[in-house]
Unconditional design. Sequence first.
Length: 454
Amino acid sequence: MDGRVQESYRVRNIMDSLGEESRFQVRVPGSKSMTNRALLLAMLSDGACTLRGALFSDDSRYLQQCIADLGFEISGDEEGETIQVKGQGGRLPLDEASLYVGSAGTAARFLTALLGLREGVWHLDASEQMRRRPMKPLLDCLEELGACVEYEGQEGHFPFTLRPCGNGNRKLRVDIENSSQFLSALLIAAGSGEEPMEIQVEGSHGMAYIHMTLRMMEQFGVKTEKREGGVFLAGGCGGYRHRDYEIEPDVSAACYFYAMAAVLGIEGCVAGVHEGSMQGDMEFLRILERMGCRVWESGDGMCVQGPADGRLHGVEADMHACSDQAITLAAIAPYADAPVRITGIGHIRFQESDRMAAIADNLAALGIRCEAQEAEGSLTVYPGAPAPGRIRTYDDHRLAMGFSLTGLRADGVVIEDPGCCRKTFEHYFQVLEQAVEQAVGEKTERRAVTDWPE
């Protein structure tokens, strides 16, 4: 942990306070995935870029600091949600630097790939949480490409030093079953190269994020060729072009409020989210439709109307395209009329926490039956009435946000360490309270508790 004061958040059961026309509309911050991709693309561009609608959170701040530590001019305006970065045509101002990526997976993978393909000596370290997450498939690729990796701890993990060791291949294979970020990192790094690189992909996890990466690379002036058999040819296109860039609202964050509308049987809208979004978590809206919700696009953004009786349908959902919402779906699954089976999520065991185990443990703490099939990468949640209990977040923002939804229909649900949300959505609980106030038509107080009985 980072030494911050620990507290808990008691979620308010508001089911009995809702009216027939209860509704809410909220605004969420910019997309983390798009912000961190745009930061790296701007850094590699040929001039000054302005990123609008950017996210300011732990993850994006770590990457901004790393960019500054590499010698680039970068400045941010948090109130105006803008970041300015001055690229130098793919050149790095320094030839040696020490970088700390915190717990930001995108910063960790993207910077590692970029620096592993550049001349220089690069010392990289991360938080204890990020030190546990897999890096070996990416680091093995960099060694094939001519980098030397000197580990200062466990092989295949942070911390390590990268330096050039000679001419490597321009063809490689990368396994993305544990993280699609490995491929995104290599594609972005290769896109600024003078010579093309051929990347053979093994696995199919997270292709929605790969499509986002390719689309954003093209928006910054580099088109990647995709060939049959999972082969990508990146680079040799003259490098990235500077531009002003608008970042979409974070659909991953929006999904908590769509799920809130679903589980409460009311109408909820998130401003600025539209059907044409390039973010993979838009697929979660399709799952909510199958569970009995109505989904539509208004002039302000996408809206969800939950079933009038709050009774969701049990479904089987392959969530490989929107796996960040596996926790969200599991958290509202007890309120379905039949079991909810979630598949395509084996890789979430290797994220900020072992999310499959954390889901099962927290549901058990609430008296809800959950069966995890780790070998299949799936779990099944059975209907039930959640009992009072504490949600252990394991310093994982998505556990805190996801299980807050369970407590909106159950008494006594307490979220431990709500501050972990600052990784991607530091004001989540304030925005949740705004939504609750609109839904029930009254002011509410922040429910922080430190004396929950053991």
